[in-house]
Design a protein around this ligand. Structure first.
Ligand SMILES: [Zn+2]
Length: 419
């Protein structure tokens, strides 16, 4: 801390202690000079794109899994459909065979019916004929026998004739019996053909029903195949879109990383190096208005706590303008960096450079102390632009080595504020 041109008396030490507490409490509200840096790419931006890539890749994986599962379902649906096709083809040929058999049986039955009709008419003719003969024989039997006897050449002839008549009658009787037997056989055959035919008709009905069932199953299978194919197409499209998005995101990330790297390089090239070792990041007083000793006071730099003798580094290349003692700054170094830019390092215990000396960024120029108007070991660090001080703890102004990388301590919230 510094307060130019003011000497302390021991009697007011109690008031000082109280004012210090007040300063600690009040330094914050006056500290509104942090300027918002231009929109910069942060690691959070990069991580956001990486998260989007991860989410998108997860989606792609989900689509792949879905496609694999749909593919399996589709395979089995197609197989089921092929089997149904085969079954239908088979049952179709069965139906056709049965229909042919029915037609053949119908022909056979017709043939048998024709035969039966023919034989029946033969029987009828023979029967009528027989009846006629019988009627003639019995109506006028004696006359006939007499006529037969007269017309016979001899008794032997007569007997022969009588016998012949009997034989004829017996023959006709037998023929008729045979015909009747044939009719009855044909009828039996026809009946068995009828039964066979009706069996085939039943079989045909059953086969037609099976065919209808299989056809409706085939329709279902075809619908399932259609649905799965459309699902597959949708998943493929979604996957393609996700893949496109993945490529776009990769490009976006690549671009962002390039810009980020450029930005980092530009920042680091132009940035002021943190003037202490990177483990000293405690800020005990900020830049700007504060209450000191009960009065408003403008603090021209930032106070960074560090132990006695710690290294103080040049924040940038430059020329030492001053390396001397001052009642308020104590031992301090002022470096000119050119272009109207300068940095000041105060309250040191030891100076390691002299005025006029060229220094390089990171060179040890002094050691931490508590000389001048100071109440503890710390570095009072100022940044000046065109002769005016500016808040050194502004985003984009400083870099500090952190986890092996050069980063902005303000943007990355690496500083601890104790005021
Ligand atoms: Zn200070």
């Amino acid at each position: 801390m510094k307060k130019a041109g003011r000497m302390l008396k021991p009697v007011v030490s109690l008031a000082i202690a109280a004012a210090t507490v007040l300063t600690m409490a009040l330094c914050l509200p006056f500290n509104t000079l942090d300027t918002e840096a231009a929109k910069k790419i942060t690691e959070a931006d990069i991580n956001a794109v990486r998260d989007r890539i991860k989410a998108n890749e997860k989606k792609i994986k989900e689509y792949q899994d879905a496609l694999a599962s749909i593919g399996k379902d589709l395979d089995s649906a197609l197989e089921a459909k092929a089997q149904l096709d085969q079954q239908i083809q088979y049952i179709q040929s069965n139906v056709e065979e049965t229909e042919e058999l029915i037609v053949r049986y119908e022909q056979l039955i017709k043939e048998k019916e024709a035969l039966i009709a023919d034989r029946e008419s033969q029987i009828s003719d023979k029967y009528n004929d027989f009846l006629e003969r019988l009627r003639i024989s019995y109506e006028d039997g004696s006359q006939n026998y007499l006529e037969l006897l007269i017309s016979s050449d001899s008794l032997v002839d007569f007997i022969t004739r009588i016998d012949n008549l009997g034989s004829v009658l017996t023959y006709e009787q037998r023929t008729m019996d045979e015909l009747e037997k044939e009719v009855s056989d044909l009828d039996e055959l026809k009946k068995s053909l009828d039964i066979k035919k009706s069996e085939y008709v039943e079989l045909g009905k059953y086969q037609s029903q099976s065919r209808a069932d299989l056809n409706s199953k085939l329709k279902e299978a075809e619908q399932l195949v259609k649905k799965l194919q459309s699902d597959e197409n949708a998943a493929k499209k979604a996957q393609q879109n996700a893949a496109k998005q993945d490529a776009a995101l990769d490009k976006e990330l690549e671009k962002l990383l390039k810009e980020y790297e450029k930005q980092q390089q530009a920042e680091q090239a132009g940035a002021y190096l943190w003037p202490l070792d990177s483990n000293y990041r405690s800020i005990t007083s900020r830049y700007g208005w504060r209450i000191l000793w009960g009065e408003r006071d403008f603090h021209l730099g930032a106070d960074i706590s560090a132990p006695y003798g710690a290294n103080i580094y040049a924040a940038k290349d430059g020329t030492v303008l001053k390396a001397q003692y001052n009642s308020s700054y104590g031992y301090y170094v002022l470096i000119d960096h050119g272009g109207g830019k300068a940095t000041l390092y105060a309250h040191s215990s030891k100076l390691l450079v002299v005025a006029g000396q060229k220094v390089t960024r990171g060179q040890v120029i002094a050691k931490v102390g508590s000389t001048g108007n100071s109440s503890g070991y710390h570095l009072h660090f100022e940044v000046r632009v065109s002769g005016k001080t500016t808040n050194p703890l502004t985003k984009g102004l400083l870099v500090i080595k952190y986890n092996g990388k050069m980063v902005d301590p303000v943007a990355n919230n690496l500083l601890k504020y104790y005021c």
